[in-house]
Design a protein around this ligand. Structure first.
Ligand code: ATP
Ligand code: MG
Length: 433
């Protein structure tokens, strides 16, 4: 097992304090799976037979937060550097009415708590003091066989909580496991039910899957299990129904992306979906476009802007060697330029496209300091007002012409800029202004 970190130590001390009072307490769920796989867990969740009230009593109200008390979850706050640990009371869940949340929660023992968990690999407990595994669901066998298997009856478990349909895909893809046959069959049969899960939760799963290097495997599973037409019908329409070659290429491009954040990977995924240039207009975006997908998934405006900028600039790097210096610098100054370069470069490796624009850009970026790519403006709108010009549409056109001249290197001082301005003013208002 990996060496201890401080979050790990803190969760062990929480478990010790609980057991010293006579309670049972274990590490539970994802952290046990990760430890048994020799991976460093993201967090060390604790499960216990102490009730939430008893947990709060033991650690004190000041050091605990009752965020999920109705579900039996108390957060115990650690020292600042350590963070916090979630302590959940062993519970079994009553019937599910809405496909998302149980109607009642009963406190119980570890074994019954294991049975409410989603997959066998996520259903184990570990006692860090005695170093014993408590496995009531065959999780160790499935870990060895690298299988994601629903605990209990798969169709029932997915019907209870439809988010599990996507969790199954995520664990299989990201851990590089197989889906057990009955589990896979149940996902496929219930795929259309994913629509009852909130957009936020679906988006959260997509973020985890797409920001991971195994994203192409996740996408392949999403398609094979019939989730694609429900989750991303636009990709089904513009990729799958377009041609099998386009689909294969998309999967290979997503894999070639390597490590990338969610907006970059999402942009690579949506490359063939139409994207209007004015994606951030106030009114509803056209149906079936990139900003429409972002709206449906309730992504943040920042995510939407990044994804839409990347999709709408797809393919533009090819023209870079023949463009004006000003156009290239404008593109290179964009905060997502490097993400665009990453997408285009991975596309090029897959499609076997020649790497002329990349060689050209690499040289350009090496030879051009950022102070030259995005230098301070020589003249601003405020200057124009001070010079007695009335604000109007001509302003933007003049300022852009001056900026172009600066970025192209034809002018370099404020005096040059003011000279150019007076020439532009003398030429009269630009046509159409
Ligand atoms: P990750 O590494 O993504 O955090 P995890 O296994 O820790 O993986 P969490 O979502 O943090 O997943 O949940 C912790 C544990 O709670 C899971 O391991 C599982 O036992 C249980 N669990 C979480 N979500 C569900 C669910 N929708 N249905 C049943 N059990 C669940
Ligand atoms: Mg977790």
């Amino acid at each position: 097992m990996p060496l201890s970190g401080s979050a790990r130590e803190f969760s062990i001390s929480v478990i010790r304090q609980l057991t010293e009072q006579g309670y049972t307490a274990y590490w539970a769920g994802g952290c046990v799976r990760d430890l048994l796989m020799n991976r460093e867990p993201t967090d060390f969740d604790v499960a216990t037979n102490a009730t939430p009230q008893q947990v709060r009593q033991l650690f004190g109200h000041k050091r605990t937060l009752a965020v999920g008390e109705s579900f039996g979850v108390i957060i115990v706050l650690g020292p600042k550097s350590v963070g916090q640990v979630e302590v959940a009371t062993f519970r079994s869940e009553g019937e599910y009415h809405d496909g998302r949340r149980p109607s009642t929660v009963d406190y119980c023992d570890a074994e019954r708590d294991a049975l409410r968990r989603d997959f066998t690999i996520n259903g184990m407990f570990f006692d860090p003091v005695s170093e014993e595994i408590r496995d009531y669901v065959g999780g160790q066998d499935d870990l060895r066989q690298r299988l994601v298997r629903a605990i209990g009856n798969p169709p029932e478990r997915f019907t209870e909580d439809k988010l599990r349909l996507l969790r199954a895909v995520r664990f299989a893809a990201l851990l590089n496991f197989e889906l057990d046959a009955e589990t896979a069959q149940a996902v496929q049969e219930l795929a259309s039910q994913i629509v009852v899960v909130s957009a936020e939760r679906i988006a959260q799963e997509l973020r985890k899957m797409l920001s991971h290097p195994q994203r192409a495997i996740a996408l392949q599973l999403i398609r094979n299990l019939d989730l694609l037409p429900v989750l991303l019908p636009e990709v089904e329409q513009h990729v799958v129904r377009f041609s099998e070659e386009r689909w294969d290429e998309l999967c290979r491009r997503l894999a070639a992306l390597g490590s990338a954040d969610f907006p970059t990977a999402m942009a690579a995924l949506l490359r063939h979906v139409p994207c209007p240039i004015d994606w951030n207009r106030k009114d509803a975006p056209p149906h079936g476009t990139v900003p429409d997908i972002c709206r449906r998934l309730k992504l943040s405006n920042e995510e939407r802007d990044r994804i839409a900028w990347l999709v709408s600039h797809a393919g533009q790097l090819n023209d870079v060697p023949t463009q004006s210096l000003a156009s290239v610098k404008r593109l290179a100054a964009h905060p997502d330029f490097l993400a665009l370069l990453q997408i285009e470069r991975s596309d090029a490796t897959v499609t076997g496209q020649q790497d002329t624009p990349f060689t050209w850009l690499d040289t350009f970026l090496q030879q051009t300091p950022s102070s030259e790519i995005n230098p301070p403006e020589l003249v601003t709108g405020r200057d124009l007002v001070q010079l007695g010009h009335q604000p109007g549409p001509a302003f933007r056109i003049w300022l852009e012409a001056i900026r172009d001249a600066q970025l192209n290197g034809t002018i370099s001082t404020r005096e040059d800029a003011l000279d150019l301005l007076s020439t532009l003013v003398q030429q009269g208002p630009p046509p159409g202004s």
